[in-house]
Design a protein around this ligand. Sequence first.
Ligand code: PLP
Length: 402
Amino acid sequence: MPMHDSEKDEAEKLQDAPAFEQPLYVNRPVAVNKQGFLSRFDQIWDARWFTNDGPMVQELEQALAEYLGVKHCVLASNGTAAMGLLIDALKLEGEVILPAFTFVSTAHLLTLRKIRPVFADICPSGHDISVDHCRALVTDKTTAIIATHIWGRPSRITELQSICDEAGIPLIFDAAHAFGARFQGQMIGRFGRAEVFSFHATKIFHTFEGGAVTTECDELADRLRKFRNFGFTEYDQVDCIGTNAKMSEVHAAMGLANLDSIEEILTNSERVYEAYENGLRSVKGLHLAGPQSKAETNHYYIPVLVDEAEFGMGRDELVSVLHSENVLVRRYFYPGTHELAPYKTSDGNGTSLPETKSVSDRIVVFPGGGSLTVKDVGRVCELLKRIQSRHSHKLMSDTRLG
Ligand SMILES: *Cc1c(COP(=O)(O)O)cnc(C)c1O
């Protein structure tokens, strides 16, 4: 039966409609415990203690230290501020080694303090900082290594620690991705001299905006607390130079609410991860970059490497096709920090980081975490197969026409 024009329009519209009516985001903020937040908000309101080391901040610091199994947790207004406090408290100078394949914030903090960021390459398996390259980059000017636990998985902690011990410098971890991850059965948060978390809204555990330094060292924790609050030690007494990096009570209340639900958040994340693991197995050319050990990841990130020859389409084209279907995948970290405008330096720092380049050219991060359902993931994987076969048919007919 011939279609009426209006029916044809309708059919075309359906074909043009994105596969997902509502966009799927990478790291859409977790919002699971509204009541837990609101009841604490009422307490804050009634107490009229809104910031300056209030009861919510103190409770969250204790609860996090306990959860992570570490002696001190010093909360801060965001992850970058927390890392800044730590760099200052440790009096870093000269050169600091860090991966190029990470978020740009640490390189900025170092550069603003006239410390030279020295970019190391990554391991092709795991995408964490390369231990061998770190060792080669240590000089007598190196004052620390800051490694990122990328994709919510531990770095090669033991090997990095021995490099730092030999050089007599502190090992610091950017644990912004890694809340809830483990290393040899212990929670991330207690390794190196200190670890730095981000509790930004897009992270697995968040306080809207926020961050923390965790450490076993009493003296370091004291300094961080002073630096966080303008150098005040007592009322009217300023002992050192400091800044304002305090967390407010409302932010801490969100943290307490999310901590109540952390097991649920981690479990959802794992289910979604496993659904991708199963679904992507039948998509040729897309490879979920798996963790070294499933027991150690928080499952929050879905990093996928696109093999252009196998998949039949390059990474960038896939990203734009998926965006048109409302699957808002992201290329990151792309490009490596060493290739960003402020770091493309004349001294050639990090110009040749082959693994960083290879990964950042092929990586695409899929929507993951707890905001998706297993069914959504199934639909995403089916969509990927459709995109792949549509594309190969198009290529075939293009070749015939040509
Ligand atoms: C989010 C993030 C940061 C920055 O944390 P903020 O809380 O946004 O300042 C730093 N490093 C990594 C790896 C991150 O993912």
